[in-house]
Design a protein around this ligand. Structure first.
Ligand code: AOF
Ligand code: ZN
Length: 367
């Protein structure tokens, strides 16, 4: 196989990698093509945070035809067990003859280790092909590597005029079934979900992935005064671990009663409008190694994350419905703001429709 052919196949792998955008962060976007002579026998990409890696997806696609093939991967295959087993092992087991990869994995657990592992099994390795072009796939990964907080995904679903309920609190339903199912998929992708006490009191949510395979995420509640009722469904820690963040002066007996039930209670300092979100996020990463956190609301919690600029991504569903009622509840709340120049600018990464609702994938604008 010539150099030009190798490059063309790597370009295909780079294009496949982009399909994971918005769903794999803070992991890198990764694509993989398996080829035998001039024929592509398998294609794969990393599609979900916590899900199979690109190589494994491509090997599944190729089946028996992977034997003797060349794997073109945009990133050095991982060589240690993370949330999934190492890709080097999968490539060896499938009988791949040659591995060509673009970028070296910046993750210190893997960086540069794949070559020796693969070569030790008689696999020919070529590294660095189109490394510069593949580097762009690592932007969010590099950004997240140096931080002490999870990748934060905000999610809300509203009417086209930005409302999530009428004045009476009636909110069923804003969007259709397909958009609601995608929220459950996102829960399965995320290792943690965070909501405010207002949401717990109003909706008594379970915050599980119902119907979507995968582990239930850890649940976090911003509950300064420990007002979560004893009967709240998310206090059932058999379904998933639950942590309540409270103010330092929260009631001590309430705290120990909750802890006896197996609920973690963590006091963090106050900020202007509630709890210190930076401290909350640091705890979530530090204690539980949650890499991707979904913030589901309510309006005050979402508003705080936005006003403090503490998020990486927003997934918004807009139903083609209008309430046109001044007292209907907004998706995001916050204190008075006087000037348009204080608005937070977002970048639209992708948009589409889902069962008749609009789906927007956004991130804070990076300048
Ligand atoms: C690959 N192929 O498609 C990706 C890789 O927690 P895990 O198991 O998902 O592992 C995540 C780490 O694996 C991540 O930090 C990065 O070093 C590497 N990503 N590696 O071989 C892939 N997404
Ligand atoms: Zn891997």
């Amino acid at each position: 196989m010539g150099v030009a052919r190798d490059r063309a196949l790597m370009r295909e792998a780079i294009a496949l990698a982009e399909r994971g955008r918005g769903r794999v962060e803070p992991n890198p976007r990764v694509g993989c093509v398996l080829a035998r002579d001039d024929e592509i026998v398998g294609r794969g990409w990393h599609a979900d945070f916590g899900g199979p890696h690109a190589e494994v997806a491509a090997l599944r696609d190729a089946g028996e035809r992977a034997r003797g093939a060349t794997a073109f991967v945009t990133l050095e295959p991982c060589s240690t067990t993370g949330k999934t087993p190492p890709c080097t092992e999968a490539l060896v087991a499938a009988g791949v003859a040659r591995v060509v990869y673009a970028a070296v994995d910046p993750n210190p657990d893997h960086a540069g280790r794949a070559d020796a592992v693969l070569e030790g099994h008689g696999i020919e390795v070529r590294r660095g092909l189109l490394a510069e072009e593949a580097e762009g796939l690592l932007d969010d990964f590099r950004l997240a590597l140096g931080r002490d907080r999870p990748w934060v995904v905000l999610k809300w679903a509203s009417t086209l005029d930005g409302r999530i309920a009428t004045v009476t609190g009636d909110s069923k339903w804003i969007t259709g079934e397909a958009a609601r199912l995608e929220v459950h998929r996102e829960r399965a992708r995320c290792r943690g979900i965070l909501v405010g006490i207002g949401t717990v009191l109003a909706d008594d949510p379970e915050l599980t992935t119902r119907g979507v395979p995968g582990p239930n995420p850890r649940r976090y509640v911003l509950d300064p005064g420990l007002r979560t009722p004893e009967t709240a469904r998310l206090l059932d820690v058999a379904a998933a671990p639950t942590t309540l963040f409270c103010a330092p002066d929260a009631d001590a007996s309430r705290k120990s009663a909750l802890e006896e039930r197996g609920v973690a209670v963590v006091a963090v300092g106050p900020s202007e409008r509630g709890l210190d979100l930076e401290a909350v996020l640091r705890e979530i990463q530090g204690r539980d190694r949650v890499g991707r956190l979904l913030v589901e609301g309510g309006a005050r919690v979402l508003g705080s994350f936005v006003r403090e600029r503490r998020f990486d991504q927003a997934r918004v569903f807009l139903a083609p419905r209008l309430l046109a009622a001044s007292d209907a509840r907004p998706a995001l709340e916050g204190p008075t703001l006087e000037h348009m120049r204080e608005a937070l600018d977002l970048e639209l990464l992708e948009s589409g429709t889902l069962g008749g609702d609009l789906r927007l994938e956004l991130r804070p604008r990076r300048d």
